[in-house]
Design a protein around this ligand. Structure first.
Ligand code: ATP
Length: 323
């Protein structure tokens, strides 16, 4: 048997995992819970805009480290707070081993853009380290670690489409009867997810007595929206997209209204803020319409970048070494 020159026979090969971004086709936000979270009915759709996380072997006792490549790389923390590093730490703790790994993130998902980029990296790092270290963690345990890392992390692992209850981490997979065409308008800066939830609570309080967070109805997934996903009906989906965080995101960044209007005028079936924003998502009738909407968004200068993508996309997937 031959070995790669320069690599010790015992060193495992680096593991690369691809992880999708998400858009929330419905985000229903309940009242503020005593623990500071909100109950959600969160309908996630994964789209084929991906980060790649590679786990390289490290020396025993070296601990975890991370590097990041891509247009937004300078906005990603490279210390122990990086969600990919936190995932490596959590998996190592679970197995009582040292979290020795060199992580590399190739970042395509906008940072702080409401598309779960950090969550994607956490799910990717978890899967990559599990494979690199040979820890063979059962799927249910991986999902439990994901839920501890963040509300959106379990969905990044699973992908496809799913209804998230609780904080969004209690997932029920959903059937999708076709592929949907999207355009994502990436904003110049980011929005902090906690700040957007605080603004949502503030706006609800402002509406006056009886309309505050206490009076918010329990969030429910829309049956018509779920049917639209099941049938692959883009027009029906467009008519039922909703995001309770949109008023809060627009209140913090009023220019988002212009972006939404430009994409709608350019022929999108519907427009909404993606999750906590500030990325704006446009549902198009087909690939040609999506290309046109992206062209107009770029030409009008209402976003930093406009990307087309389709969904559903698969969850975290090991690219190499081959399965
Ligand atoms: P969500 O849609 O789940 O609310 P988001 O897409 O709006 O999240 P992220 O891209 O996950 O936001 O980034 C939120 C913050 O998390 C960033 O501002 C950054 O400081 C921090 N962060 C930690 N690790 C990462 C990572 N690997 N990639 C991006 N941001 C990270």
């Amino acid at each position: 048997m031959s070995t790669t020159p320069g690599r010790s026979a015992a060193a495992p090969a680096p593991v690369t995992v691809r992880v999708p971004a998400k858009v929330n086709v419905q985000l229903a936000v309940g009242g503020l819970r005593p623990d500071g979270f909100h109950d959600l009915a969160n309908v996630f759709l994964a789209v084929d805009l991906y980060d790649e996380v590679t786990a390289f072997p490290a020396e025993p006792g070296e601990g975890p480290s991370v590097t990041c490549l891509g247009p937004d790389a300078d906005r990603v923390p490279l210390d122990r707070t990086n969600l990919a590093v936190r995932a490596a730490d959590a998996l190592a703790l679970r197995h009582g081993r040292s979290p020795d790994v060199r992580l590399r993130i190739r970042k395509e998902i906008p940072v702080a853009g409401g598309m779960a980029g950090g969550s994607a990296d956490a799910a990717g790092a978890l899967l990559a380290c599990d494979r690199l270290w040979g820890t063979r963690t059962p799927r249910e345990e991986l999902l439990a670690i994901c839920a501890e890392l963040g509300s959106d992390v379990p969905f990044s692992l699973v992908g496809g489409a799913a209804l998230g209850r609780g904080r969004g981490e209690l997932l029920t997979p959903l059937d999708v009867g076709g592929s949907f065409h999207w355009v994502f308008a990436v904003a110049e800066g980011g929005l902090s997810t906690p700040a957007v939830y605080r603004e949502c609570d503030r706006l609800r309080e402002e509406r006056g007595p009886g309309a505050g967070a206490d009076a918010v109805p329990a969030p429910e997934a829309s049956p018509v929206l779920l049917a639209a996903l099941r049938c692959g009906d883009a027009k029906l989906l467009a008519a039922n997209l909703s995001n309770d965080l949109q008023p809060a995101a627009v209140s913090l960044l009023p220019a988002l209204d212009d972006t939404l209007a430009v994409g709608t005028r350019a022929g999108a079936l519907a427009a909404l803020v993606s999750g906590s924003g500030p990325t704006c998502a446009f549902l198009a009738e087909d690939a040609a319409s999506a290309t046109e909407v992206a062209r107009v968004l770029r030409a009008e200068g209402v976003c930093r970048a406009a990307r087309t993508a389709t969904g559903p996309a698969p969850g975290a997937t090991v690219l190499s070494p081959a399965q």
